[in-house]
Design a protein around this ligand. Structure first.
Ligand code: NAP
Length: 344
């Protein structure tokens, strides 16, 4: 860092999450930015993007890209992160990665700052941002754990197509347009037709019948909450929604608490909003959360099948808390706690 602020790079700036980084950074002032460098592949090098009224030119990422940067916010996929993350880290640059490349590595902190910011201590310049479904889930689980002790978690996700990148968004839009005028539009990005349908298959299948997306949610939740033996299971489903992941979360708690106590604890969090007045049709939907920062929770009620069980409906913008916003919050936390600029 130099005296005037933090030099930040966005790797994957031309992508969906990259664009969201620009939006998030332009609205927040907690990160004292002195320079912003936009990086992508040769495909978008030379294109121009706007940031706070200035025109910035996207550059092709090379070995020399990291020398003058303090922090890189990376969202260019796992292979690109594996190629450049260690090089950036070695050059003293903090590499905050949105891909799954390093999440489960022992030496790589997997962070949602409001949940486990303390785990950034002793970092080695490589930091992982969790899977989008995990990020919104752990914010709620951490609060429930502090309130009444978590025993078991069952989560079913309803994940929007933007979680599959720009190609996913284009496929839903184009397929919907084609089908309403009776034209065919075979699936390319998704395994099956996504328009007017839903698909219980995200990422590839592992040998035990779970998808890798489901295993990410299970393993990352345990790592972030520092509860390696937590009983947790997941079913992940892709739904024809553009932005916003929703989750049905059922928890078994150690102690008996009322829905009112759960509402109160969640409402005390600065990053959670409780929308839970079913009598007035008040509960969150993905359309409500798109472009917004909070994790929204509604439909809080006892699980009728278990004495200390509770059901919740959790909705958030997957491009924000699930990606760009969380990574920017990690950067802010690291700057605030003097964790940037360390040699490894
Ligand atoms: N979408 C989500 O909700 C979400 C949430 C959490 C994490 N993520 C993760 O974030 C990453 C990006 O997701 P996305 O939705 O933004 O995808 P996307 O819209 O397809 O964007 C991909 C970006 O990566 C760049 N890129 C691709 N290959 C590159 C290379 N060889 N060298 C440099 N840059 C390269 C692209 O640049 P060009 O324009 O030059 O091709 C583009 O800027 C993925 O790892 C994804 O898993 C996404």
């Amino acid at each position: 860092m130099n005296g005037s602020g933090v030099r930040v790079g966005i790797l994957g700036a031309s992508g969906q999450v990259g664009r969201e980084f620009l939006k998030v950074l332009s609205k927040r002032d907690q990160l004292p930015l002195s320079e912003l460098t936009l990086l992508a592949s040769a495909r978008s090098a030379g294109s121009v993007m706007e940031f706070r009224g200035k025109r910035l030119t996207v550059q092709e990422v090379t070995e020399k890209s990291f020398a003058g940067l303090d922090i890189v916010l990376a969202s260019a996929g796992g292979a690109v992160s594996k190629q450049w993350g260690p090089i950036a880290a070695q050059q003293g640059c903090v590499f905050i990665d949105n891909s799954s490349a390093f999440r489960m590595e022992k030496d790589v902190p997997l962070i949602v700052p409001e949940v486990n910011g303390h785990a950034l201590k002793n970092h080695k310049n490589l930091i992982a941002n969790p899977n989008c479904s995990t990020a919104q889930l752990v914010v709620v689980l951490k609060i429930l754990h502090e309130l009444a002790g978590l025993k078991r978690v069952i989560v079913s996700t309803y994940q929007s197509v933007s979680g599959a990148g720009k190609e996913g968004v284009d496929e839903l839009a184009n397929q919907t347009k084609a089908l309403v005028v009776d034209q065919s539009y075979p699936p390319k990005k998704f395994q099956k037709q996504i328009a007017f349908n839903l698909i219980p298959h995200i990422d590839s299948f592992a040998d035990d019948g779970y998808t890798k997306e489901e295993l990410k949610v299970i393993n990352e939740t345990r790592k972030i909450l520092e509860l390696p033996d937590l009983l947790v299971t997941c079913t992940a489903v892709r739904v024809p929604v553009m932005i916003g992941h929703s989750e049905v979360v059922t928890v078994d708690l150690e102690r008996t608490v009322s829905p009112a106590q759960v509402r109160e604890s969640l409402a005390n969090s600065p990053i959670v909003e409780v929308w839970d007045q079913p009598e007035n049709n008040i509960y969150p939907t993905p359309l409500d959360c798109a472009g917004e920062d909070p994790v929204y929770v509604g439909r809080i009620r006892r699980d009728t099948s278990s004495p200390n069980g509770m059901n919740l409906w959790v909705v958030a913008d997957n491009l924000r808390i699930g990606a760009a916003l969380n990574a920017v919050r990690i950067a802010e936390y690291m700057v605030k706690h003097n964790l940037v600029g360390q040699k490894v």
